[in-house]
Design a protein around this ligand. Structure first.
Ligand code: FAD
Length: 476
C-alpha cells in the first residue's frame, strides 16, 4: 500500500472541518503519545503526521472524505490502552482521537439500553448507571481509562466475562462512518434482530479496519445487589487449576469472576502493593467472585465455593464481603499487569485462549517452555474462560540481545501449544499489527481470504487503519 504524505492543504481542510484547536501537529505538547498504545515494544511504534480530535459524526465524515481524496490513512484512536498496537498509525497519516466524542447521549431504563459516543470512559458510564441499579456487563478490567468505542472495536472482555460474556454480547446498535465518509446505522435498542446479516457483530472486534464507530447502543443489565469474593492462596499452580476444574466442570458453578495467579504474578503484585497476606508462602492464588440479586442465593453459592476450596489444602483462604474487602483482592489482581510490565524489559503480553478443559495443561506446558528458555513466563488471568495472559519477560540476568535471539522461538512454541490444545491467538486484546504475522497459524487461507474480501468491500482503498488484522493483499 502506498499513501501520500499529509500536505499543508489537507491540514488546512482538517482545521476547517473540526476547528483549528482540534488539529495537532508534531510540535504540539503530548504529540508523542499518539505513536503508541500500551504495547511497550518500540519496534511496534510509529508516528502520525497529524492528530485530529473530531467532536461529531459530521467531523468524522469530513475527515474520512478528505483522507480518501488525499489518499492518506486514518487510524481511529480511543484511550490508547490497547495491547496489540491497534491504535498505532503504522503508515503515518492521520490519527483521529475520539477523546472529544465523550457524551452519554441517552440512558433509557425503560428499554434497558444506553446510547453513547465512542469516547465515553467505561467507568464514567458506570457512574451514571449505578444509581439506576443497572450496569454494562461486558466491561474490561481497564475500565478506569479505556473508552467504550475502543472496547467495541476490540470486543474487549474482562474479569466478569466468565458469567456475563464480553463487550459484543451487549452491543445492540452502532453508527459507523465508512472509509469513504458515508454513514451507516445498524441495529438499535433491540435484543433480537435477524433482519439481514449481523453487521453489528461484524464491526465489533474489527479494530478500526472496517469502519469508524461514532455511536454505540449498549444493552444494560440489572446490577447485582450483592457480591462476595473468596481469595485463596494455594501451595502450587496444580492445586489452583484443579479447583478451577472442580468449580466449573464438577460443581457446574458460574462464578462472576474466576481469576488465576501463578507464583510470579502473585508475588510481584503483592510485593508492589505491600500486601500483608502470607503470599510468600504460596505458589498460586485464585480470586473467585460470586454475585446475585438475592443475598440467600449468594450465600449458598459462596458456601459451595468454599466447600470445593476446602477439599484442597490451602495456605490461606479469605472471604471478602464488604466493598472495601472485595476491592482489596481485586486490587491485587489489577496490579498484576503493571507489576509484570515494570519487572523487566523487553517483554511480551500474550493473550492466548484455550478451551477450559485444557487450561491446566496449557499453564503447565507454558511454564515448562519458560524454564527451558531460562526466562520467566508468568501466567495469570481469566481462568474461568480459558483466557490466560502468558507474559514472557526477559530474565534480568540475560542481556537484551539474548532476549531478541530467544523470543521469536519461545513465542512460536507458546502459540503452537495453544493451537495444539484447540486454542487461539487472542481472547480479548486483538491482533493489531503485533500478532498479524501469526494469524495463519490459527486461520486457514479460506478464512483469511474471506476477511480480505470484507476489507475490500468496506475500505477498498485501505484508508482505515492499514497494516492491522488483514490487509487488502495477502502477505508475501
Ligand atoms: C492494565 C490494563 C488492563 C487491561 N485489561 C483488559 C481486559 O481486562 N480486557 C480486555 O479486553 N482488554 C484489556 N486491556 C486492553 C485495552 O484496555 C482494551 O483493549 C480496551 O478495550 C481498548 O480501549 P481503548 O479505548 O484504549 O482503545 P485504543 O487502544 O485506543 O484502540 C484499540 C483499537 O480500537 C480501534 N478504535 C478505537 N476507537 C475506535 C472507534 N471509535 N472506531 C473504530 N475503531 C476504534 C483502534 O483503531 C484500535 O485498533 C487492558 C489494558 C491495560 C493497559
Amino acid at each position: 500500500l502506498t499513501y501520500n504524505p499529509v500536505s499543508p492543504a489537507l491540514v488546512e481542510r482538517l482545521r476547517r472541518i473540526c476547528g483549528p484547536d482540534a488539529v495537532h501537529l508534531s510540535d504540539s505538547p503530548g504529540f508523542a503519545r499518539y505513536s503508541h498504545d500500551q504495547t511497550k515494544d518500540t519496534r511496534l511504534h510509529a508516528e502520525p503526521e497529524v492528530v485530529v480530535f473530531p467532536s461529531t459524526t459530521e467531523h468524522v465524515q469530513g475527515i474520512l472524505q478528505a483522507a480518501t481524496e488525499h489518499r492518506v490513512p486514518v487510524t481511529p484512536r480511543g484511550a490508547g490502552s490497547g495491547l496489540s498496537g491497534g491504535a498505532v498509525p503504522l503508515h503515518g497519516g492521520i490519527v483521529a482521537s475520539v477523546a472529544r466524542m465523550n457524551r452519554i447521549l441517552a440512558v433509557d431504563p425503560a428499554s434497558m439500553t444506553a446510547v453513547v459516543q465512542p469516547g465515553v470512559v467505561t467507568n464514567a458510564l458506570d457512574a451514571e448507571l449505578e444509581p439506576l441499579g443497572l450496569f454494562f456487563a461486558g466491561y474490561p478490567m481497564s475500565e478506569e481509562f479505556c473508552y467504550i468505542g475502543g472496547n467495541v472495536a476490540e470486543n474487549a472482555g474482562g474479569g466478569r466475562a466468565v458469567k456475563y460474556g464480553v463487550t459484543g454480547r451487549y452491543v445492540t446498535g452502532l453508527e459507523v462512518v465508512r472509509a469513504d465518509g458515508t454513514v451507516m446505522r445498524v441495529g438499535g435498542k433491540l435484543f433480537k434482530n435477524v433482519t439481514g446479516y449481523d453487521l453489528v457483530s461484524l464491526f465489533v472486534g474489527s479494530e478500526g479496519t472496517l469502519g469508524f464507530i461514532t455511536e454505540v447502543t449498549l444493552r444494560l443489565m440489572p446490577r447485582p445487589r450483592y457480591r462476595g469474593v473468596v481469595f485463596v492462596l494455594l501451595p502450587d499452580v496444580e492445586d489452583a487449576l484443579a479447583i478451577v476444574n472442580e468449580l466449573l466442570i464438577t460443581e457446574r458453578l458460574t462464578p462472576s469472576a474466576l481469576e488465576f495467579f501463578d507464583d510470579f504474578s502473585l508475588h510481584q503484585s503483592c510485593r508492589v502493593l505491600g500486601e500483608s497476606i502470607p503470599y510468600r508462602d504460596a505458589g498460586a492464588a485464585l480470586l473467585i467472585e460470586a454475585d446475585s440479586h438475592d443475598e440467600g442465593v449468594l450465600e449458598r453459592e459462596r458456601e459451595r465455593i468454599q466447600a470445593a476450596v476446602r477439599r484442597y489444602s490451602s495456605v490461606a483462604t479469605f472471604s471478602a464481603e464488604t466493598e472495601d474487602e472485595v476491592n482489596r483482592f481485586w486490587r491485587i489482581r489489577k496490579q498484576v499487569p503493571w507489576s509484570i510490565m515494570n519487572y523487566s524489559s523487553p517483554r511480551s503480553s500474550e493473550d492466548l485462549v484455550v478451551p477450559i478443559a485444557h487450561i491446566a495443561e496449557f499453564v503447565r506446558e507454558a511454564k515448562r517452555i519458560g524454564l527451558r528458555y531460562d526466562t520467566p513466563v508468568p501466567c495469570f488471568g481469566h481462568a474461568g474462560d480459558g483466557n490466560i495472559h502468558t507474559s514472557p519477560l526477559r530474565n534480568p540476568n540475560h542481556d537484551i540481545e539474548h532476549w531478541h535471539r530467544i523470543f521469536p522461538q519461545l513465542q512460536r512454541e507458546l502459540y503452537q501449544l495453544a493451537h495444539r490444545l484447540g486454542g487461539t491467538l487472542s481472547g480479548e486484546h486483538g491482533i493489531g499489527h503485533k500478532r498479524r504475522a501469526f494469524l495463519s497459524i490459527f486461520l486457514d487461507e479460506t478464512a483469511l481470504t474471506a476477511m480480505r474480501s470484507l476489507k475490500q468491500t468496506f475500505d477498498p482503498l485501505g484508508i482505515l487503519n492499514p497494516g492491522k488484522v488483514v490487509d487488502l493483499e495477502p502477505e508475501v
